[in-house]
Design a protein around this ligand. Sequence first.
Ligand SMILES: Nc1nc2c(ncn2[C@@H]2O[C@H](COP(=O)(O)OP(=O)(O)O)[C@@H](O)[C@H]2O)c(=O)[nH]1
Ligand SMILES: [Mg+2]
Length: 324
Amino acid sequence: MPKLDITKIAGQVLKGDMVAASKLIRMAEEEDPQIYTALKELYKHTGRAYIIGITGLPGSGKSTIVNFLIKHFRNGGRSVGVIAVDPSSPLTSGAILGDRVRMLEHSKDSGVFIKSLATRGTYGGLSRSTLQIANIMDAMGKDIILIETVGVGQTEASIMNSAHTTVLVLVPEMGDYVQTIKAGVLEIGDIFVINKTDKRDPAELKSNIESLIRHNSQSSSGQLWDQKIILTSSLLKTGLDGLTTAIEEHRNFFNSYLKKHYLGKRLMQEIEDEVLNHFIAFCRKNLIGLIMQEDLITDDGKVEKNPYKISERVIEKLLNLIKE
Ligand SMILES: Nc1nc2c(ncn2[C@@H]2O[C@H](COP(=O)(O)OP(=O)(O)O)[C@@H](O)[C@H]2O)c(=O)[nH]1
Ligand SMILES: [Mg+2]
């Protein structure tokens, strides 16, 4: 494959070129290190989009809410990017198929750009790719970016770190489940949506959440954001205005109190990524040479019995190389 002119592609993205954007997004998805060249060009043009994360267990109604939000923001004249992160295969998952159908509604609207992402193997890879894709959509000029993730585990928590406002979607039958969610996960929710209130009384879940978040509402900048609980039914179309109002309120709060902290955190993540990339490349370059210097096979032709000792020695040599 001929080497791509990354700088040129980045320039095209800034002009809103969808094909160029798709190319870059694919690179982010495949964790192609060349993406950093493009991102360096794009960073100067990011920071305009407002990023909203929607997370929660499968079936809680996240995609339905995302769909509602797309319409809400489009009606307000704002352009929207959507990143749907799903751990299951895009080809076999019914949920994704449903998403596809729903998203077809927007396929003729050039103000909406939707990208589905499947989970990748590498550590931290998914949250890194998601943030990079959000940056690309931001540079394209999207006003609002919606990130939908499944579940409320560590990866989701780290993806949600790149959102300005995080919405955690729950359903009333998850009353007990909420007790098992770790405090750290509850902390990421700026807004809790209890959806499907047409199916079951949400009172119990609501009071469970209230008792759990009372201790967690301190924001890192010292200001207090009162985590909101919104009751909705996407089926009956109730409570959704409350959700958009809460999002606007949190957006104002974010712009007043959280922005600097957020930008610092994001920069830290980006620097960490670059440092890690350099470090990994350095290790890969040197490790095999260092390992081959070791006696992996004993004099009588047997495999060395103590690989831990060897590892320790190799690591020490590697660290010495880094110090040099
Ligand atoms: N009864 C009821 N069903 C809903 C509601 N919201 C979503 N659903 C349905 O629940 C199913 C899962 O919704 P979806 O948005 O795909 O959930 P996701 O997996 O969290 O993205 C779909 O069949 C929706 O039509 C609601 O408020 N009430
Ligand atoms: Mg979904």
